[in-house]
Design a protein around this ligand. Sequence first.
Ligand code: CP
Ligand code: NVA
Length: 315
Amino acid sequence: MKTKHLTSIRDLSGAEIMDVLVQTKKLKALSYKGKNPQAMKGKVLAMIFQKPSTRTRVSFETGAFQLGGTAIYLSSHDTQLGRGESVPDSARVLSRFCDIIMARVFGHSDIENLAKYATVPVINGLSDFSHPCQILADLFTIYEKGRKINKNLKVAYIGDGNNITHSWIFAAGKVGFRFVSASPSGYEPLKEVVEEARRDAKKSGAVIEVTNDPVEAAKGADVIYTDTWASMGQEKEHDARVKIFMPYQVNQRLVSSAKKDCLVMHCLPAHRGEEITDEVMDGPNSIVFDEAENRLHVQKTVMIELLKNAVSLRS
Ligand code: CP
Ligand code: NVA
């Protein structure tokens, strides 16, 4: 991995993404044997949260601890960031104390500014635009289930064209698989993201499709993926969105359009009975809790790799 920060899947090449999956497989096996490399011994991870989290917080904090380091949780409500200290100044200050900064923010420009002004690696733990750690964990989960991530893999994303969708689209373009997103009209992923990934697809052989037809998208899919219909920050739109998105619910009928052995995935938290039914989430095709666990393993790989490049940031 050559990048100094993980702000987006854009920071990685297709080969680097695949390398993260290979490294994570080894690291997970070592972790299960209680043999975690101590790559963060004496190191501190700062975790800025402008929004709530269960998985991201716990997986990063646990990961830092398992690698011999420690983590500090910084809610923006309880820090000077919440009182208007600028992101550049916060980045400069945290870099004097900590060895990695992970941040969950609203505007993606906050991640970009952290990366610009920090002298330590910055990791995007979700912005309104993207969620790269999640999609690396998702790809690792597919890979660990023995599926080949190539042109023959069809991933169908059903629901809101959001931060998760954008990271999937970038990943498809880089690695080279088929990605189809189905969203209601007006809720499609950003056009510029699709266009950028289609440029990458010329090299990787990826196929990226955007449709409004969930059944067409699910047809013959190897992976059916969904996410909440109202992301953090869109709570007020929830009720209106439920009405618009109901035809996009991942239920047994929709899953039966996909391959029989398709993998059902969700980044979580799920809104059971909305974007996914209990029957599907608890059914035989669902791998959502393996997917959640893999946030831990993949992020440990990311932290180890970024720390290798960290020296050049300070000079
Ligand atoms: N998937 C995910 O990022 O979950 P949290 O919001 O719980 O961190
Ligand atoms: N799209 C969701 C993902 C949560 C992990 C959100 O931004 O709230």
